[in-house]
Design a protein around this ligand. Sequence first.
Ligand SMILES: Nc1ncnc2c1ncn2[C@@H]1O[C@H](COP(=O)(O)OP(=O)(O)OP(=O)(O)O)[C@@H](O)[C@H]1O
Length: 600
Amino acid sequence: MLGVALGLCWRAGRARCLVYLAITLLAGLLPTATAWFTKFVIDALTAGDVSGAVRWAVALAAVGLGTGFLPHLSRFLRDELNRRLDRTMKDELYTRLNRLQGLARFEDPSFRNDLSMAAQASGASLGSTTAGLFDIARSVITIVSLMATLAVLSPTMAVLVAAAAVPALLVHLSLTRRHVKMLASVSPAARREIFYSTLISDLTAVQETRMFGLGGFLKDRMLGELEVTHRGERRLAGREFRTQGLLGLLSATVAGGGLVWAVSAAAAGDLSIGSVTAFAAAVAGAQGALVGLASGIAAAYRAMLLFRYHRAIVSEPDDLPPASGTLAPLRRGIELRDVWFRYGDDHPWVLSGLDLTLEHGSSVALVGLNGAGKSTLIKLLCRFYDPTRGTILWDGVDIRSVPPEELRRRVGVLFQDYMRYDLTASENIGIGDLPALDDRPRVRAAARLADVDEKLTGLPQGYDTLLSRIYFEGDENDPTTGVVLSGGQWQRVALARTLLRRDSDLLILDEPGSGLDADAEHAIHRRLREHRTGRTSLLVSHRLGVVRDSDVIVVLEDGRVVERGSHEELTAAGGQYARLFAIQAEGYRPAGTPAAATAP
Ligand SMILES: Nc1ncnc2c1ncn2[C@@H]1O[C@H](COP(=O)(O)OP(=O)(O)OP(=O)(O)O)[C@@H](O)[C@H]1O
């Protein structure tokens, strides 16, 4: 683990690492040089050797220059190294996260906890490993040289100073381990605190939280979670105060006793005045260096404990097994064969033995009550999860045998809970197919299909208008810099993003018209009908009026297909679909009109 961390630092900046190490080692010798040169100056002065005293004073001044300058240079190099390390680690972390193609990991609370701990093991934190290790190296050099000085002057004192340092070191390590444990234990509370505080200020949430008067309630909950974190920190701080206070007293006692001994020895003529000065400097320097050593080891240890979370995330295997096959354009169709699925071993079955074929070129509509498993089925088709049992075949090829990216390249999907990106109108559509990001004619063609081109063209800066008033990329006082779209307009933008991939082999639309007014819904569905003709598509909608034109309508209930056929066949069969259709038609029928005369 330490080797991996050092390797990362090395990769982040080799030259800086080496210069930082050299300066650190040099700085380690300065306290000893100061102690000895001070002794030489005083001894020379006491002996009346003026030129010798001046020579040593010049040397002492040079050491002083180093002592004044090197720490700043060292800090400068350390901070730059930390920045580079931060970038290297974030690159590694987010590259790994991007490679996780399934959704299960992101839904796993323990993974999310590890992730929030890994975020704390950023460059600055891991930098403490290197900084800590360099500090250790510097402290060791200082300690060894000062201890040698002390041993020459008083071997007993050298042993006492070293003995007082051992408990300090052990205490630092134990406190550090507790600190990281505490961080891990309060991590869920810290995440919930962020959740509550976001609800108070997040634009999409404030409307509802204000309407329900949730401000005080959310703030109390947020402070409650903060208190959990504070309680953990307070407990640790109390322990730190007690143990470190005691250790401080112990080292002060050793230093004070030593000084009394040195002065008595000097009075008895056993030590020169210069030696007393050197002794005092050596004791103080050695104790300071030992404290530095202990905190350097503690910092490195803490960073290593946090770094473990970073390693855990970056070495986390995907929940989808790796595959390397390729997928040809769809020719025959997609078959779901005896598909069983549940979100976890302790969850109920959502799909239970589902058999369904989406014939190539046919438009299929999926209907069913809330919770029937329609969105889950879509997630399986996009391979966000693999079936617990059974297979999904693409022209006979099990989709588990191809990488998810390969499959997703061929599928266009509009999710029920689509994203609203704080980007420009053009980017909001263009990211549906990155190579087309700057292809304005293609972006506009998709917008026309989704019936939103006119709206976007009319925006203050046309397609370059930011669809957000949260971030500004220009004059923040200019009201035309960003706009807010309505729900239905957003839905059309999301639809345009999906339709940008005109050549997708499978088009999936999950409630594409839920936010549209009647006119818009009618117009869009007419266009979608044209667009879906001859293409393989799957439409999920609760509005049975828009699914009736599909080639095949499939009714899902209790995780399996219970009805299948055209609108006419299903209404004639008098089953679940006919019942739902009749209920909706009833809502549209003016009082006194016969049921057959209207449609939802
Ligand atoms: N990520 C998840 N983890 C655990 N259970 C889930 C998850 N997503 C959905 N479920 C459960 O799976 C079942 C089917 O949900 P799904 O969203 O597929 O239904 P749906 O048919 O799309 O419903 P609706 O018409 O309301 O959109 C529900 O009981 C739901 O609670």
